[in-house]
Design a binder for this molecule. Structure first.
Ligand SMILES: Cc1ncc(COP(=O)(O)O)c(C=O)c1O
Length: 400
């Protein structure tokens, strides 16, 4: 009886509502179609279609036979990552500042108290917006259009009133692949320092650049919190291994969070990650493939009527405006997938306001597959143009 009364009085916890990752629904459908025997081309997720480097896989096989794979944090990998900052950017990083992680979310939990306002770009990586909400933080989305190449500028941060507690930038960005030039990075570092804004720099697509190298924010803001991962350049998305470079003052907080939430990252992935640093030739081969794919798409898509594209400086994405064909990017991607077998990500994932007029193509697949995808997409888009002229914006909704 006593139990029942107190039970009735207690408030039922309602979790913060966050949006789904719509590309997952597209991917599920793609896998279902494939299981039914359809030919499917996966360009919906931001992941290389190649596996981990061959030497890393070979080492993993050996380690599986020899090691118990308990909870473990690799001192060798932390030192190797720290050394990488010296080699690649000329920035000295103490290995103690390297926190091995299994995902970018940890960065946000280290920095802010509940209720803090954190600015980020729209369009931008869906999980940042949603993770902020899940952590009871308040995303402040800054609309970034073609004029700014879909990137946050120091001027936009300057205009925010009141100043947010935090700012997340990503360069190269997801979903556009655009890189913030060094002078703008410096201006962002300056405005954040002056206004007391904590800076998170997502550098997860570093190593994947076509037009200019990407600088680390540490070159301009030594106290920025840097996010990186083995998922993209190193082609190890499913190994779930990444890292943070945290300022000296946050080492204990970051270690405490990592230890309590995850204990350690996967041991096998850490062994393989260390080897992957020495597989540059193979990894640069992937980059050459992406560069060819990028060129192909940038030539073919405008010919098919998709002219409004920010040519990606890096990463492996093209964010294309299809607003003349649809006002429902999820239904558009579903129809494209059902009709052609080509799976793309809906812009809605990256931009809840204007994203329904955009799609994202991930070109981290073989050049043959990009060519085949283009062969399938071209007539489909042409037919769509005719339908759009006759009956504008008549999509169905069923993957929701
Ligand atoms: C900008 C950005 N940050 C972080 C991530 C998360 O990557 P992971 O958790 O695989 O390291 C992604 C994944 O697509 C991304 O695009």
């Amino acid at each position: 009886m006593i139990y029942l009364q107190s039970y009735k009085r207690s408030k039922v916890a309602v979790p913060v509502k966050i949006d789904p990752f719509h590309a997952i629904a597209i991917s599920r459908l793609a896998h279902r179609l494939r299981a039914e025997g359809r030919s499917v081309i996966h360009m919906e997720f931001g992941q290389p279609s190649t596996g981990a480097p061959a030497a890393a896989i070979a080492a993993a096989h050996r380690i599986l036979d020899a090691d118990g794979l308990g909870y473990w944090e690799s001192p060798g990998l932390k030192s190797r990552i720290a050394a990488h900052y010296g080699e690649a950017y000329g920035v000295a990083v103490d290995p103690e500042r390297v926190i091995l992680t299994c995902g970018a979310v940890l960065a946000l939990s280290c920095l802010f108290l509940p209720g803090a306002r954190v600015a980020l770009a729209r369009p931008g990586y869906v999980a940042y917006r949603n993770t902020l909400k899940a952590l009871h933080l308040v995303p402040v989305e800054l609309a970034c259009g073609e004029a700014e190449r879909f990137q946050i500028t120091a001027a936009a941060v300057e205009r925010l009133d009141p100043a947010p507690e935090g700012l997340i930038i990503a360069s190269p960005a997801n979903p556009t692949g655009t890189i913030i030039p060094p002078e703008e990075l410096k201006a962002l570092a300056d405005v954040c320092k002056r206004r007391g804004i904590a800076l998170v720099s997502d550098e997860i697509y570093h190593g994947l650049s076509y037009t200019r190298p990407a600088e680390t924010m540490l070159q301009h803001a030594p106290n920025a919190l840097v996010v990186n991962s083995f998922s993209k350049y190193f082609s190890m998305a499913g190994w779930r291994l990444g890292w943070l470079i945290v300022p000296q003052t946050l080492i204990d907080a970051a270690r405490a969070r990592m230890g309590n939430l995850f204990l350690t990252p996967p041991s096998l992935a850490q062994h393989a990650g260390l080897i992957a640093f020495d597989c540059r030739e193979e990894l640069e081969g992937h980059l050459n493939t992406y560069a060819r794919n990028r060129e192909l798409l940038l030539t073919a898509l405008p010919r098919m009527g998709l002219r409004r594209i920010a040519p990606p400086d890096g990463a492996f994405y093209i964010y294309a405006d299809v607003g003349h064909l649809t006002n429902d990017s999820l239904a558009f991607c579903e129809a494209l997938l059902r009709d052609t077998g080509v799976a793309l990500a809906p812009g809605l994932d990256f931009d809840p306001v204007d994203g329904n007029g955009f799609i994202r193509l991930s070109f981290a697949v073989s050049t043959e597959l990009v060519e085949e995808a283009l062969r399938r997409i071209e007539p489909w888009l042409a037919a769509r143009e005719l339908v759009a002229v006759a009956a504008p914006h008549s999509d169905e909704h069923s993957v929701r």
